[in-house]
Design a protein around this ligand. Structure first.
Ligand code: UDP
Ligand code: MG
Length: 310
């Protein structure tokens, strides 16, 4: 199928220096699959000269399509913007910082031809910082437990997705967005294959610990209602335990005539229960906040400019 149409969608933020190399390597890799492709680069309010580079690539080669968002919306919003314009029979989603290697697209595509709708890269050896690897592992362990799934941190966004998959993902209008998690949720025939992951060539990861924590919490709250259930169960457990404790105290008093002493235990239980009640309210608050966010129904991204006619 020399003429299959492939779209590559890549969000760009703080990695302008990588774009020329990304372009050259993408062209070489895509050419070996098809003559028919587009490369959609979404400038996610990048503070460097990314837009300048994207526009000059786009004037040189019409297959490069640039979309400039009005500010920094975040990686997953930028991906959403790109997908909305992608016309390919197959869509590749990848990072722009060359950690996802353009040459691997051939491998992903060939695997997809065996009859899969989703082929996602599994990073054999993640070339990220130690902190990033640890926090990611922790997140996926908690996430998998809370959502009854089994995902590990080696799965990336980097993959090839059929237009059926992309159309389903495009119907997701929710504001807490994670492309990788959506791609799991939609189902379809999916496989993960080993790929090389590379170090970030220029600049450093734009995800700070704080940003990662917010993303992790958001993803958990929007994909799982287990925290609510856990608190409900622990509430009942606590009541049951206190009932047992009450029986124990009554026996102590009437049978062994040990008077109830108790300033310390009283204080401890007040603070303990107070803490749990406040935490419960916090958790409910988080869910409520999510509902509020969704109810506002704002646009997912705003486009400031494109290099092509919409
Ligand atoms: N990115 C983005 N908007 C952001 C942060 C990141 O579009 O606010 C893009 C970035 O250009 C890159 C990808 O998301 O293509 C992954 O970002 P990064 O390399 O900073 O994170 P990491 O590789 O550490 O996950
Ligand atoms: Mg990166």
């Amino acid at each position: 199928m020399k003429n299959v149409y492939i779209s590559v969608v890549t969000p760009v933020y703080k990695c302008a220096e990588c774009l020329d190399e990304l372009y050259t390597r993408l062209i070489a890799s895509l050419r070996s699959i098809t003559n028919n492709f587009e490369i959609i680069m979404v400038d996610d309010g990048s503070p460097d000269n990314a837009w300048h580079i994207i526009t000059s690539l786009a004037t040189r080669d019409k297959r490069v399509k640039g979309i400039k968002l009005s500010r920094n919306f975040g990686q997953h919003y930028a991906i959403t913007a790109g997908l909305d314009f992608a016309k390919g029979r197959w869509v590749v989603v990848m990072d722009a910082d060359l950690q996802d290697q353009p040459e691997e697209i051939v491998k992903l595509y060939n695997k997809a031809q065996e009859g899969y709708d989703i082929v996602v890269g599994k990073r054999v050896e993640r070339k990220d910082t130690f902190i990033k690897k640890i926090t990611s592992k922790l997140f996926f362990t908690i996430y998998s437990y809370l959502t009854d799934t089994n995902i590990d941190g080696s799965i990336s966004n980097f993959g090839i997705y059929s237009h059926k998959v992309i159309n389903s993902i495009k119907s997701f209008k929710e504001h807490t967005r994670s492309f990788g998690l959506f791609a799991i949720w939609v189902g379809f025939k999916r496989i993960e294959i080993a790929i090389e992951h590379s170090n970030r060539k220029k600049g450093k990861s734009s995800y700070s610990i704080k940003k990662l924590f917010t993303l992790a919490l958001d993803s958990i709250i929007s994909h799982s209602d287990k925290p609510l259930k856990l608190f409900l169960t622990s509430g009942f457990m606590l009541s049951f335990l206190s009932f047992l404790y009450a029986i124990f105290l009554v026996i102590q008093f009437y049978i062994f005539s040990i008077p109830v002493t108790g300033w310390t235990s009283l204080m401890v239980s007040i603070y303990f229960l107070g803490g749990i009640i406040i935490a419960c309210m916090g958790i409910i608050g988080l869910y409520l906040n999510k509902i509020y966010d969704e109810a506002k129904n704002r646009p997912l991204y705003i486009i400031a400019a494109t290099t092509f006619k919409e």
